[in-house]
Design a protein around this ligand. Structure first.
Ligand code: FES
Length: 104
């Protein structure tokens, strides 16, 4: 398995609290959300039928709801709330020089 590396996703100033964003990072769709100042980065497409999760709605808590058919995910664990066995990939991230980097 190839070693993981850090890749640029977006500028930190472009990610606003509670507003979901989408970035394609080295070919991988990634959902970015800032909640209470902490950045969460997850696989960016719904496990149901592949809709872009950033087009859904984010609740005040930790739930991202897909805009297509309403599947809900916990952004901390990536878990689909309707079935524990389905989980979105979650990725480590860090901010360097104002840029959000994702480990892939
Ligand atoms: S594609 Fe997300 S709920 Fe159907």
């Amino acid at each position: 398995m190839p070693e993981k590396s850090w890749f640029y996703a977006m500028k930190e100033t472009d990610l606003n609290e509670g507003i979901a964003e989408f970035a394609r990072v080295k070919g991988t769709p990634v959902l970015l959300i800032k909640k209470d100042g902490k950045i969460y980065t997850l696989y960016g497409k719904c496990l149901h039928m592949g809709c872009r999760l950033s087009k859904g709605t984010f609740s005040d808590e930790y739930t991202m709801k897909c805009g297509c058919h309403g599947w809900e995910y916990d952004i901390r664990s990536g878990k689909y709330l309707g079935d524990d066995s389905k989980t979105l990939g979650i990725y480590e991230n860090k901010v360097e020089d104002g840029e959000i980097l994702v480990l892939l």
